[in-house]
Design a protein around this ligand. Structure first.
Ligand code: SF4
Ligand code: SF4
Ligand code: SF4
Length: 108
């Protein structure tokens, strides 16, 4: 699941501005019209959270459903929740990111 990273590598590498920060949800969102399907964002995401669709020749990425995540609504056990990140959550994300980074460096 996309972490909507503060320093989103996918957004940094996108040459067309198809990935940007939504001012309302603060999520990293994608604009189909601007995407040229170069897949740079697919390579840049350390978590593997951008997929490439061979039919549309564009990428697929979580856009937070404009602030109303369908996944959170659909989950019967509230395993997915949409809420403000507190310091504990941010620290946990940073820890995961560091672990992923190490794994990524080992396999690349
Ligand atoms: S797609 Fe990957 S790099 Fe981009 S915001 Fe989501 S988790 Fe971060
Ligand atoms: S595939 Fe699309 S969204 Fe991804 S980096 Fe290229 S232009 Fe940007
Ligand atoms: S349902 Fe919406 S918020 Fe949930 S992962 Fe898919 S695009 Fe993202």
């Amino acid at each position: 699941m996309c972490m909507h990273c503060e320093d989103a590598p996918c957004m940094e590498v996108c040459p067309t501005g198809a990935l940007s920060r939504d001012s309302e949800t603060n999520g990293v969102v994608w604009e189909k019209q601007k995407c040229i399907g170069c897949k740079l964002c697919v390579s840049a995401c350390p978590f593997g959270n951008v997929s490439y669709d061979i039919e549309t020749k564009r990428v697929i990425k979580c856009d937070l459903c404009n602030g109303e995540p369908a996944c959170a609504k659909a989950c019967p056990n509230q395993a997915i929740e949409y809420k403000e990140a507190d310091e504990g959550v941010i620290a946990k994300k940073a820890l995961y990111a560091e672990k992923f980074k190490k794994v990524f460096e080992e396999v690349s």
